[in-house]
Design a binder for this molecule. Structure first.
Ligand code: URA
Length: 459
């Protein structure tokens, strides 16, 4: 069927287009035929209003997963997701407004640190984040492990917080990209997360909706990301910057490593605790801090606020060292209703909510690898992530790594502490976590960020 015929069917009674045509759209995508913007727009509008049920949209997603989406289709899907809700236009006095987004990783708590760092530099940071997707963790789930934390805001509330605090972190809502919220949850539950066009439209729609003027995308490669190989991450980074170029914000993308978990903690409350510790200790040397400093520096250059990457990095690092990022983090959490004292009190009694299992090394040597996907799947199986749409997250389960890649360990030396559900099998947990570790000769250190791609450098 041609796009014109689809347009003709618009004149049918309400609902009739969907009854007959959504199946044709699914069929066309199954056969690898490029869809028109009108078809995509109607499919998303129908899904958002509930006329197209989850099972039909799941079939569409699976067809897109296998057949891919062209740049035009990806752009049309971005627009359709955006049009399901409003779009916040920020006042000129808030510009440049900065934002970051990650394609997803394990132990990736970058947002929780970088957002307050950028605000401490004096930037406005309107940030929309997501929940866990596939094996990867989600900022919103992590934030919700803080008692009282609200991640839904009206436009007025968000603008007032931007004015007063300089930053917010919210999730998709009825007001902003509601169809993206539904599609995201459906992708998570149907194994259709790792598809380029779906990832690009999901990220771009969220970034454009919140009104930032300059955005950096952290494109992760390795077992814990959606791109196993670095070359795939490069291609994706170029593609998202190019497609992003059709819209208003300026986009850049950094290609970063996700072979092993970022930082020490994986799991919702455990990751928040790690961020608080980094901020309290003003620790600029951790890999989490270093990644934030690198991404933040690149973002300040993109926004014209730093003359060089090195200068931008210094500006960001200074916020950690002088305590202003810590103060901004606390201000942002409090503004969104979060109670960090109660969080700390709950963390002190974590043993009442999860059992701790120590994982030790069976041999001496150097840690040559900690497989991020194995760690992520273990944490998910213990409730730190979802296996179905209805699953409730367990805030307390996860892992704290006590040895990092490159560290020397003795036989019997502590590798990790796993926090598992009461009633889970401790021996099996120990074996599962151990499978993630490789031990051998001293490995070479690889850089966390291998490239930053901008509209000028993208092919
Ligand atoms: N982050 C998103 O917001 N969407 C994706 O599809 C992947 C990562």
């Amino acid at each position: 069927m041609r796009a014109g015929a689809i347009a003709a069917s618009v004149r049918l009674a309400p609902g009739a287009w969907y009854d007959s045509t959504v199946l044709e759209v699914i069929g066309r995508k199954q056969r690898g035929i490029e869809l028109g913007a009108e078809e995509i727009s109607r499919a998303i509008a129908g899904f958002n209003s509930g006329v197209i049920p989850d099972y039909q949209m799941a079939a569409f997603l699976m067809a897109a997963y296998f057949q891919g989406l062209s740049d035009d289709e990806t752009c049309a899907l971005t627009v359709a997701l955006l049009e399901s809700g409003g779009r916040w236009k920020l006042p000129a006095s808030f510009m440049p407004a900065l934002d970051k987004h990650s394609t997803g990783g394990v132990g990736d708590k970058t947002t929780l640190l970088l957002v307050p760092m950028l605000a401490a530099v004096g930037m406005k940071v309107p940030k929309m984040a997501g929940r866990g997707l596939g094996h990867t963790g989600g900022t919103i789930d992590k934030l919700e492990s803080i008692p009282g934390m609200r991640t839904a805001m009206t436009r007025d509330e968000a603008m007032a917080q931007l004015e007063r605090v300089g930053c917010f972190i919210i999730s998709q809502s009825e007001e902003l990209v509601p169809a993206e919220k539904k599609l995201y949850a459906l992708r998570d539950a149907t194994g259709t997360t790792a598809q380029e066009g779906l990832i690009i439209s999901s990220i771009l729609s969220k970034k454009i909706a919140c009104g930032a003027s300059h955005v950096i995308i952290d494109v992760k490669h390795g077992s814990g990301g959606f791109f196993p190989h670095e070359a795939q991450a490069y291609d994706f980074a170029e593609r998202i910057v190019q497609i992003g170029g059709r819209f208003k914000p300026s986009f850049a993308a950094a290609v970063t490593a996700m072979e092993h978990p970022l930082g020490k903690a994986v799991g919702n409350a455990l990751e928040v605790a790690e961020v608080i510790q980094i901020l309290d200790e003003r620790d600029a040397s951790s890999d989490v801090s270093q990644l934030c400093i690198g991404l933040g520096g690149a973002l300040l250059v993109l926004a014209g606020k730093a003359a060089s990457h090195a200068y931008g990095e210094d500006m960001i690092a200074e916020t950690l060292l002088d305590g202003s990022a810590q103060a901004k983090f606390r201000e942002m959490i409090a503004a969104q209703g979060g109670d960090l004292d109660m969080f700390a009190a709950e963390l002190d009694t974590i043993e009442a909510k999860a059992m701790q299992v120590q994982v030790t090394s069976p041999m001496p040597g150097y840690i040559t690898g900690i497989d991020a996907l194995t760690i992520a799947e273990f944490c998910r199986s213990e409730g730190a992530g979802r296996l179905s749409k209805e699953d409730k997250i367990n805030r307390w389960t996860g892992i704290v790594l006590r040895a990092a890649v490159g560290d020397a360990v003795a036989e019997g030396g502590l590798l990790a502490e796993a926090y598992i559900r009461h009633g889970s099998d401790c021996g099996a947990a120990r074996d599962d976590v151990l499978k993630a570790f490789s031990i051998g000769d001293k490995p070479e250190r690889k850089p966390l960020i291998s490239a930053v791609i901008t509209a000028e450098t993208a092919n």
